[in-house]
Write a protein that binds this ligand. Structure first.
Ligand code: NAD
Ligand code: UDP
Length: 329
Protein backbone atom coordinates (compact mmCIF):
# COMPACT_ATOMS: atom_id res chain seq x y z
CA UNK A 1 0.00 0.00 0.00
CA UNK A 2 1.39 3.43 -0.90
CA UNK A 3 2.24 5.88 1.85
CA UNK A 4 -0.64 8.26 2.71
CA UNK A 5 0.04 11.98 2.32
CA UNK A 6 -1.37 14.58 4.67
CA UNK A 7 -1.20 18.39 4.57
CA UNK A 8 -1.26 20.12 7.98
CA UNK A 9 -1.72 23.90 8.03
CA UNK A 10 -0.58 25.79 11.12
CA UNK A 11 2.22 23.20 11.36
CA UNK A 12 4.62 25.50 13.25
CA UNK A 13 2.01 26.25 15.90
CA UNK A 14 1.24 24.45 19.13
CA UNK A 15 -1.37 21.92 17.97
CA UNK A 16 -0.14 21.73 14.36
CA UNK A 17 3.36 20.68 15.39
CA UNK A 18 2.05 17.93 17.68
CA UNK A 19 -0.20 16.72 14.86
CA UNK A 20 2.82 16.55 12.52
CA UNK A 21 4.59 14.35 15.08
CA UNK A 22 1.59 12.06 15.47
CA UNK A 23 1.01 11.56 11.75
CA UNK A 24 4.71 10.91 11.10
CA UNK A 25 4.73 8.35 13.91
CA UNK A 26 1.70 6.68 12.28
CA UNK A 27 3.66 6.29 9.01
CA UNK A 28 2.26 9.19 6.96
CA UNK A 29 4.15 11.59 4.71
CA UNK A 30 3.43 15.01 6.22
CA UNK A 31 3.49 18.34 4.41
CA UNK A 32 3.50 21.14 6.99
CA UNK A 33 2.43 24.64 5.98
CA UNK A 34 2.71 27.86 7.99
CA UNK A 35 3.49 31.55 7.61
CA UNK A 36 4.86 31.81 11.20
CA UNK A 37 2.47 34.63 12.12
CA UNK A 38 1.89 33.16 15.60
CA UNK A 39 3.95 29.97 15.23
CA UNK A 40 7.64 29.30 15.72
CA UNK A 41 10.07 27.41 13.43
CA UNK A 42 11.51 25.91 16.63
CA UNK A 43 8.36 23.78 17.04
CA UNK A 44 9.18 21.79 13.89
CA UNK A 45 12.98 22.11 13.89
CA UNK A 46 13.29 18.47 15.00
CA UNK A 47 11.54 17.38 11.77
CA UNK A 48 13.77 19.30 9.36
CA UNK A 49 15.86 16.26 8.37
CA UNK A 50 12.99 13.75 8.54
CA UNK A 51 12.43 12.18 5.10
CA UNK A 52 8.68 11.90 5.84
CA UNK A 53 8.31 15.66 6.37
CA UNK A 54 8.26 18.59 3.97
CA UNK A 55 7.73 22.17 5.09
CA UNK A 56 6.24 24.90 2.90
CA UNK A 57 6.20 28.49 4.16
CA UNK A 58 2.97 29.95 2.84
CA UNK A 59 0.03 32.12 3.88
CA UNK A 60 -3.07 29.95 3.31
CA UNK A 61 -5.25 32.98 2.59
CA UNK A 62 -3.47 32.99 -0.80
CA UNK A 63 -3.93 30.29 -3.47
CA UNK A 64 -2.34 27.02 -2.36
CA UNK A 65 -0.38 24.86 -4.75
CA UNK A 66 0.70 21.33 -3.75
CA UNK A 67 2.57 18.98 -6.08
CA UNK A 68 1.27 15.39 -6.14
CA UNK A 69 -1.64 13.73 -4.41
CA UNK A 70 -3.10 14.29 -0.96
CA UNK A 71 -5.21 11.90 1.11
CA UNK A 72 -5.98 14.17 4.04
CA UNK A 73 -5.83 17.86 4.92
CA UNK A 74 -6.00 19.25 8.47
CA UNK A 75 -6.62 23.00 8.57
CA UNK A 76 -5.17 24.27 11.85
CA UNK A 77 -3.80 27.64 10.70
CA UNK A 78 -5.36 30.47 12.72
CA UNK A 79 -4.36 32.73 15.56
CA UNK A 80 -5.85 31.01 18.61
CA UNK A 81 -5.26 33.19 21.63
CA UNK A 82 -7.55 36.13 22.43
CA UNK A 83 -4.54 38.49 22.58
CA UNK A 84 -3.30 37.32 19.17
CA UNK A 85 -6.60 37.65 17.40
CA UNK A 86 -7.28 41.05 18.93
CA UNK A 87 -3.95 42.22 17.47
CA UNK A 88 -4.52 40.65 14.05
CA UNK A 89 -8.31 40.74 13.64
CA UNK A 90 -8.37 40.95 9.85
CA UNK A 91 -5.88 38.15 9.31
CA UNK A 92 -7.90 36.07 11.80
CA UNK A 93 -11.08 36.60 9.78
CA UNK A 94 -9.24 35.86 6.53
CA UNK A 95 -7.59 32.61 7.61
CA UNK A 96 -10.92 31.22 8.84
CA UNK A 97 -12.82 32.29 5.73
CA UNK A 98 -10.55 32.74 2.68
CA UNK A 99 -8.03 30.22 4.02
CA UNK A 100 -10.72 27.62 4.57
CA UNK A 101 -12.16 28.29 1.11
CA UNK A 102 -8.73 27.70 -0.45
CA UNK A 103 -8.30 24.46 1.48
CA UNK A 104 -11.76 23.23 0.49
CA UNK A 105 -10.88 23.92 -3.14
CA UNK A 106 -7.59 22.06 -2.72
CA UNK A 107 -9.36 19.12 -1.05
CA UNK A 108 -11.86 18.97 -3.93
CA UNK A 109 -9.10 19.09 -6.56
CA UNK A 110 -7.10 16.34 -4.82
CA UNK A 111 -10.12 14.30 -3.75
CA UNK A 112 -8.80 14.53 -0.19
CA UNK A 113 -10.65 14.44 3.14
CA UNK A 114 -10.52 17.78 5.00
CA UNK A 115 -10.70 18.20 8.78
CA UNK A 116 -11.10 21.73 10.08
CA UNK A 117 -10.13 23.01 13.54
CA UNK A 118 -13.23 24.65 14.96
CA UNK A 119 -13.56 25.71 18.55
CA UNK A 120 -15.69 25.92 21.67
CA UNK A 121 -15.82 29.66 20.83
CA UNK A 122 -18.60 28.87 18.35
CA UNK A 123 -20.74 28.54 21.51
CA UNK A 124 -19.70 32.07 22.58
CA UNK A 125 -20.66 32.87 26.18
CA UNK A 126 -22.80 29.73 26.44
CA UNK A 127 -26.29 29.65 27.93
CA UNK A 128 -26.31 25.83 27.85
CA UNK A 129 -23.97 23.98 30.19
CA UNK A 130 -22.10 21.74 29.56
CA UNK A 131 -22.01 22.49 25.84
CA UNK A 132 -23.46 19.85 23.52
CA UNK A 133 -22.89 19.87 19.75
CA UNK A 134 -26.55 20.72 19.08
CA UNK A 135 -26.31 24.05 20.96
CA UNK A 136 -26.24 26.97 18.47
CA UNK A 137 -24.27 29.32 20.71
CA UNK A 138 -24.40 32.86 22.02
CA UNK A 139 -21.89 34.97 20.09
CA UNK A 140 -21.60 38.77 19.88
CA UNK A 141 -20.92 39.25 16.16
CA UNK A 142 -19.50 42.76 16.57
CA UNK A 143 -17.57 42.33 19.83
CA UNK A 144 -13.76 42.10 19.83
CA UNK A 145 -13.83 38.28 19.98
CA UNK A 146 -16.31 38.17 17.07
CA UNK A 147 -13.45 38.13 14.53
CA UNK A 148 -12.41 34.70 15.75
CA UNK A 149 -15.79 33.27 16.70
CA UNK A 150 -17.53 34.30 13.48
CA UNK A 151 -14.62 33.21 11.29
CA UNK A 152 -14.89 29.78 12.89
CA UNK A 153 -18.67 29.70 12.52
CA UNK A 154 -18.33 30.65 8.84
CA UNK A 155 -15.64 27.97 8.51
CA UNK A 156 -18.10 25.35 9.75
CA UNK A 157 -20.82 26.61 7.38
CA UNK A 158 -18.70 26.64 4.23
CA UNK A 159 -17.27 23.24 5.13
CA UNK A 160 -20.77 21.75 5.44
CA UNK A 161 -21.76 23.44 2.16
CA UNK A 162 -18.85 21.76 0.33
CA UNK A 163 -19.79 18.50 2.00
CA UNK A 164 -23.45 18.75 0.98
CA UNK A 165 -23.08 20.36 -2.45
CA UNK A 166 -19.86 18.76 -3.71
CA UNK A 167 -19.98 15.56 -1.66
CA UNK A 168 -16.57 16.41 -0.19
CA UNK A 169 -15.47 14.28 2.76
CA UNK A 170 -15.17 16.67 5.69
CA UNK A 171 -14.73 16.51 9.48
CA UNK A 172 -15.23 19.29 12.07
CA UNK A 173 -13.57 19.18 15.48
CA UNK A 174 -14.72 21.67 18.12
CA UNK A 175 -11.64 22.01 20.27
CA UNK A 176 -11.96 23.08 23.91
CA UNK A 177 -9.05 24.78 25.76
CA UNK A 178 -6.01 22.61 25.10
CA UNK A 179 -2.53 23.05 26.60
CA UNK A 180 0.93 21.55 26.71
CA UNK A 181 4.53 22.00 25.60
CA UNK A 182 5.18 24.34 22.62
CA UNK A 183 2.54 26.88 23.57
CA UNK A 184 4.06 30.34 23.19
CA UNK A 185 4.91 31.65 26.63
CA UNK A 186 3.71 35.14 25.74
CA UNK A 187 0.60 34.25 23.71
CA UNK A 188 -1.68 35.54 26.49
CA UNK A 189 -3.59 32.32 27.10
CA UNK A 190 -4.10 31.60 30.76
CA UNK A 191 -1.74 28.63 31.19
CA UNK A 192 1.39 30.16 29.60
CA UNK A 193 0.43 33.49 31.23
CA UNK A 194 0.32 32.06 34.77
CA UNK A 195 3.37 29.82 34.30
CA UNK A 196 5.40 32.67 32.78
CA UNK A 197 4.42 34.96 35.66
CA UNK A 198 5.42 32.32 38.22
CA UNK A 199 8.78 31.77 36.50
CA UNK A 200 9.54 35.50 36.23
CA UNK A 201 8.53 36.12 39.86
CA UNK A 202 5.50 38.23 38.95
CA UNK A 203 2.03 38.19 40.51
CA UNK A 204 -0.57 36.02 38.73
CA UNK A 205 -3.14 38.14 36.89
CA UNK A 206 -6.69 36.82 37.26
CA UNK A 207 -9.18 38.62 35.03
CA UNK A 208 -12.53 39.62 36.58
CA UNK A 209 -13.30 37.96 39.91
CA UNK A 210 -11.98 34.63 38.62
CA UNK A 211 -15.34 32.87 38.92
CA UNK A 212 -15.39 32.14 35.17
CA UNK A 213 -14.64 28.50 34.41
CA UNK A 214 -12.64 26.57 31.84
CA UNK A 215 -11.93 22.85 31.28
CA UNK A 216 -8.37 22.09 30.20
CA UNK A 217 -7.36 19.22 27.90
CA UNK A 218 -3.79 17.94 27.60
CA UNK A 219 -2.38 18.02 24.08
CA UNK A 220 -1.81 14.27 23.58
CA UNK A 221 -5.47 13.59 24.41
CA UNK A 222 -6.59 16.30 21.99
CA UNK A 223 -4.39 14.98 19.19
CA UNK A 224 -5.70 11.46 19.72
CA UNK A 225 -9.31 12.67 19.52
CA UNK A 226 -8.55 14.57 16.31
CA UNK A 227 -6.79 11.55 14.78
CA UNK A 228 -9.75 9.29 15.53
CA UNK A 229 -12.26 11.81 14.20
CA UNK A 230 -10.36 12.19 10.92
CA UNK A 231 -10.50 8.43 10.39
CA UNK A 232 -14.18 8.19 11.37
CA UNK A 233 -17.05 8.58 8.91
CA UNK A 234 -18.85 11.39 10.80
CA UNK A 235 -19.20 14.76 9.01
CA UNK A 236 -20.94 16.80 11.73
CA UNK A 237 -19.09 18.72 14.50
CA UNK A 238 -17.65 16.78 17.44
CA UNK A 239 -16.49 18.30 20.75
CA UNK A 240 -13.02 17.23 21.86
CA UNK A 241 -11.90 18.41 25.28
CA UNK A 242 -11.55 17.45 28.91
CA UNK A 243 -14.78 17.97 30.91
CA UNK A 244 -12.94 18.52 34.23
CA UNK A 245 -13.99 22.13 34.93
CA UNK A 246 -12.34 24.64 37.28
CA UNK A 247 -12.74 28.35 38.06
CA UNK A 248 -9.84 30.56 36.98
CA UNK A 249 -9.37 31.71 40.58
CA UNK A 250 -8.97 28.12 41.84
CA UNK A 251 -6.77 27.37 38.87
CA UNK A 252 -4.42 30.24 39.82
CA UNK A 253 -4.11 28.68 43.29
CA UNK A 254 -3.25 25.30 41.70
CA UNK A 255 -0.51 26.96 39.64
CA UNK A 256 0.89 28.67 42.74
CA UNK A 257 1.12 25.28 44.44
CA UNK A 258 2.60 23.53 41.40
CA UNK A 259 5.27 26.14 40.70
CA UNK A 260 6.10 26.89 44.33
CA UNK A 261 6.01 30.62 43.60
CA UNK A 262 5.74 33.02 46.53
CA UNK A 263 3.80 35.51 44.40
CA UNK A 264 0.12 36.28 44.94
CA UNK A 265 -2.97 36.61 42.78
CA UNK A 266 -3.92 40.10 41.58
CA UNK A 267 -7.17 41.00 39.83
CA UNK A 268 -7.52 42.82 36.49
CA UNK A 269 -10.52 43.80 34.38
CA UNK A 270 -12.43 40.99 32.69
CA UNK A 271 -11.98 41.18 28.89
CA UNK A 272 -15.12 42.04 26.89
CA UNK A 273 -17.32 39.01 26.11
CA UNK A 274 -15.09 36.63 28.11
CA UNK A 275 -17.21 33.45 28.37
CA UNK A 276 -18.29 32.84 31.98
CA UNK A 277 -18.41 29.05 31.80
CA UNK A 278 -17.10 26.36 29.53
CA UNK A 279 -17.22 22.59 29.73
CA UNK A 280 -17.47 20.16 26.82
CA UNK A 281 -20.13 17.48 26.77
CA UNK A 282 -18.11 14.64 25.23
CA UNK A 283 -20.85 12.00 25.11
CA UNK A 284 -20.72 12.00 21.31
CA UNK A 285 -16.91 11.62 21.08
CA UNK A 286 -17.00 8.76 23.60
CA UNK A 287 -19.63 6.89 21.64
CA UNK A 288 -18.44 7.65 18.12
CA UNK A 289 -14.67 7.51 18.57
CA UNK A 290 -14.29 5.38 21.72
CA UNK A 291 -12.26 8.34 22.96
CA UNK A 292 -11.94 10.06 26.28
CA UNK A 293 -9.13 12.07 27.88
CA UNK A 294 -6.53 10.09 29.83
CA UNK A 295 -4.19 12.76 31.20
CA UNK A 296 -5.40 14.49 34.37
CA UNK A 297 -4.74 18.18 35.05
CA UNK A 298 -2.05 17.53 37.65
CA UNK A 299 0.04 15.37 35.32
CA UNK A 300 -0.54 17.58 32.28
CA UNK A 301 0.33 20.78 34.14
CA UNK A 302 3.51 19.22 35.52
CA UNK A 303 4.65 18.24 32.02
CA UNK A 304 3.81 21.68 30.68
CA UNK A 305 5.63 23.44 33.50
CA UNK A 306 8.70 21.24 32.90
CA UNK A 307 8.71 22.53 29.32
CA UNK A 308 8.43 26.21 30.29
CA UNK A 309 11.06 25.79 33.02
CA UNK A 310 13.58 24.74 30.40
CA UNK A 311 13.16 27.81 28.20
CA UNK A 312 16.11 30.20 27.98
CA UNK A 313 16.20 33.40 30.02
CA UNK A 314 15.76 35.34 26.78
CA UNK A 315 12.63 33.37 25.85
CA UNK A 316 11.27 33.83 29.35
CA UNK A 317 11.67 37.59 29.30
CA UNK A 318 10.78 38.65 25.77
CA UNK A 319 7.35 40.20 26.00
CA UNK A 320 6.29 40.10 22.35
CA UNK A 321 8.13 38.46 19.48
CA UNK A 322 6.23 39.79 16.53
CA UNK A 323 5.26 43.02 14.89
CA UNK A 324 1.83 42.14 13.55
CA UNK A 325 1.13 45.49 11.87
CA UNK A 326 1.71 44.36 8.27
CA UNK A 327 -0.79 41.52 8.58
CA UNK A 328 -3.98 43.57 9.08
CA UNK A 329 -4.61 44.13 5.40
P1 NAD B 1 -1.02 28.57 17.38
O1 NAD B 1 -1.09 30.05 17.30
O2 NAD B 1 0.07 27.97 18.22
O3 NAD B 1 -0.91 27.92 15.95
C1 NAD B 1 -1.52 28.46 14.81
C2 NAD B 1 -0.54 28.36 13.66
O4 NAD B 1 -1.20 28.82 12.46
C3 NAD B 1 0.70 29.23 13.85
O5 NAD B 1 1.87 28.48 13.61
C4 NAD B 1 0.52 30.34 12.82
O6 NAD B 1 1.74 30.88 12.37
C5 NAD B 1 -0.27 29.63 11.73
N1 NAD B 1 -1.03 30.52 10.86
C6 NAD B 1 -1.93 31.48 11.24
N2 NAD B 1 -2.42 32.10 10.16
C7 NAD B 1 -1.85 31.51 9.07
C8 NAD B 1 -1.97 31.71 7.67
N3 NAD B 1 -2.77 32.65 7.16
N4 NAD B 1 -1.24 30.93 6.84
C9 NAD B 1 -0.42 29.97 7.34
N5 NAD B 1 -0.26 29.73 8.65
C10 NAD B 1 -0.97 30.51 9.51
O7 NAD B 1 -2.44 28.06 17.91
P2 NAD B 1 -2.95 26.60 18.33
O8 NAD B 1 -3.36 26.64 19.73
O9 NAD B 1 -1.98 25.58 17.88
O10 NAD B 1 -4.28 26.49 17.46
C11 NAD B 1 -4.31 25.75 16.24
C12 NAD B 1 -5.73 25.66 15.73
O11 NAD B 1 -6.57 25.03 16.70
C13 NAD B 1 -6.37 27.00 15.41
O12 NAD B 1 -7.15 26.88 14.25
C14 NAD B 1 -7.24 27.27 16.61
O13 NAD B 1 -8.35 28.08 16.29
C15 NAD B 1 -7.68 25.86 16.99
N6 NAD B 1 -8.05 25.79 18.41
C16 NAD B 1 -7.09 25.69 19.38
C17 NAD B 1 -7.47 25.65 20.72
C18 NAD B 1 -6.48 25.50 21.84
O14 NAD B 1 -6.90 25.45 23.00
N7 NAD B 1 -5.19 25.39 21.60
C19 NAD B 1 -8.84 25.71 21.06
C20 NAD B 1 -9.77 25.82 20.04
C21 NAD B 1 -9.36 25.84 18.72
N1 UDP C 1 -7.24 34.77 32.08
C1 UDP C 1 -6.83 35.32 33.29
N2 UDP C 1 -5.55 35.82 33.38
C2 UDP C 1 -4.66 35.80 32.34
C3 UDP C 1 -5.10 35.23 31.10
C4 UDP C 1 -6.39 34.73 31.02
O1 UDP C 1 -7.58 35.34 34.27
O2 UDP C 1 -3.53 36.29 32.51
C5 UDP C 1 -8.60 34.23 31.98
C6 UDP C 1 -9.42 34.74 30.79
O3 UDP C 1 -10.07 35.96 31.13
C7 UDP C 1 -10.39 33.60 30.57
C8 UDP C 1 -9.60 32.36 30.98
O4 UDP C 1 -8.50 32.83 31.76
O5 UDP C 1 -11.50 33.72 31.43
C9 UDP C 1 -9.05 31.55 29.80
O6 UDP C 1 -8.42 32.47 28.94
P1 UDP C 1 -7.61 32.03 27.65
O7 UDP C 1 -7.08 33.28 27.03
O8 UDP C 1 -6.65 30.98 28.01
O9 UDP C 1 -8.66 31.33 26.68
P2 UDP C 1 -10.22 31.50 26.34
O10 UDP C 1 -10.81 30.28 26.90
O11 UDP C 1 -10.78 32.75 26.99
O12 UDP C 1 -10.24 31.57 24.87
Amino acid sequence: MSQKRVLITGAAGFLGSHLCDRFISEGYFVIGMDNFITGDPKNIAHLSSNSNFLFIQHDVTNFINIEGGLDYILHFASPASPIDYLKIPIQTLKVGSLGTHNLLGLAKAKNARLLIASTSEVYGDPLVHPQTEDYYGNVNTIGPRGVYDEAKRFQESITMAYHRFHGLETRIVRIFNTYGPRMRLNDGRVIPAFMGQALRGEDLTVFGDGSQTRSFCYVTDQVDGIYRLLLSDYPNPVNIGNPHEISIKDFAEEIIKLTGTTQKVIYKDLPVDDPMQRQPDITLAKKLLQWEPKVGREEGMRKTFDYFKNLTEEELHKSEHKDFSSYNK
